[in-house]
Design a binder for this molecule. Structure first.
Ligand code: GH3
Ligand code: MG
Ligand code: MG
Ligand code: MG
Length: 316
């Protein structure tokens, strides 16, 4: 039936207990479709699960499982729920047709059938199914793209740490959480020492790589839940530390400062000879009504002191 260089033909399954009925439908469909058949409901379900046909023509009155039960079983299984079912039955009353359609069948044809109408309806249902498959695919792709965009919108392009926008959201969130639970919250703000000289001496590309190295160090050093290292601005990075007292944050800031210094990235124009940071720490038990800006201002003030008292150090 399939001559190899055509796109695969649609598969249609006929489920009917009367061989003569199968014969009639087979004759109508065989020119355009690959036709499968089953003589009872249980076999029908098995074939659907194995072959996943594109459409099912389903008799209602059958010994054992009737067509309604078959329809219900297929619609209840996510694997088969989206396959269109067309009832083809001798039961031509309003009540049965309503029941069939309510069970999820896409159409209801009564015997004796008209061959051209059966063929036309089958074609239409297959077309509709293709459109709805396509729509579902596009929706899934769009959702995936949106998720990727949401991630991108939170990440700093150069260093891969969170960007300022995400930091602002996280600080607000952690502040509210700490306020509700009466917990500590601390902030670490760090700034590369003599970075303008670094750029002037090594060039902007090397400067960017230096920022990436510090970003990597931050990502590797702060990965507890809620700890989000972020790029605050040019060569300034910030970390929100939930459930952390400022004295502890100071220790973590000192560890970070030391680790960067031990990386020994050359910086001929700095007093130490390697790239270093100064760190400002703020924090405490969160008071009702406390604003996120307070943490930033305090860390900034501490950072200013660290710079003023010689750089490459941590201040609280
Ligand atoms: P201090 O020790 O007092 O912090 O001195 P500094 O030179 O580091 O501070 P300043 O604020 O004067 O200079 C910061 C420099 O950071 C200037 C700017 O060109 C550089 N910078 C900011 N963003 C980027 C960036 O994305 N890439 C590179 N390569 N440099 C950047
Ligand atoms: Mg029957
Ligand atoms: Mg700066
Ligand atoms: Mg600086």
């Amino acid at each position: 039936m399939n001559n190899g260089n055509e796109i695969p033909r649609h598969k249609i399954l006929i489920v009917d207990d009367t061989p003569a009925n199968i014969e009639i439908l087979y004759k109508i469909l065989k020119g355009e479709y690959d036709v499968l058949f089953a003589k009872n409901g249980a076999d029908g379900i098995r074939i659907v699960q194995q072959q996943l046909p594109d459409l099912i023509l389903l008799d209602i009155m059958m010994p054992g499982m009737d067509g309604y039960q078959v329809c219900q079983a297929l619609k209840g299984d996510p694997l088969t729920a989206r396959i269109p079912i067309v009832f083809v039955t001798a039961m031509s009353n309003e009540e049965d047709e309503t029941k069939g359609l309510q069970l999820g069948a896409i159409d209801y044809l009564t015997k004796p059938i008209s061959p051209p109408i059966v063929l036309a309806r089958v074609r239409n249902h297959l077309l509709l199914k293709r459109s709805s498959d396509l729509l579902e695919q596009l929706t899934a792709q769009l959702e995936e793209k949106n998720r990727a965009l949401e991630v991108l919108a939170r990440v700093d392009g150069l260093t891969g740490v969170a960007n300022r926008r995400h930091f602002d959201e996280m600080l607000q969130l952690e502040l509210q959480r700490a306020m509700r639970n009466g917990r500590h919250l601390s902030l670490i703000l760090c700034d590369i020492d003599f970075f303008k000289r670094y750029n002037d001496h090594y060039g902007h590309v090397a400067g960017d790589r230096c920022l990436q190295a510090l970003g990597d160090l931050l990502k590797g050093s702060f990965k507890r839940a809620g700890e989000v290292p972020a790029r605050y601005g040019g060569e300034e990075f910030v970390v929100v530390l939930p459930d952390t007292a400022p004295e502890t944050a100071e220790v973590l800031g000192e560890r970070l400062r030391r680790m960067l210094q031990e990386k020994a990235l050359p910086h001929e124009e700095s007093e130490v000879g390697v790239v270093t940071i100064s760190v400002g720490v703020s924090g405490g038990l969160v008071a009702r009504g406390q604003e996120p800006e307070w943490f930033i201002k305090e860390a900034d003030r501490a950072l200013y002191h660290a710079k003023a008292s010689g750089r490459n150090r941590v201040a609280l």
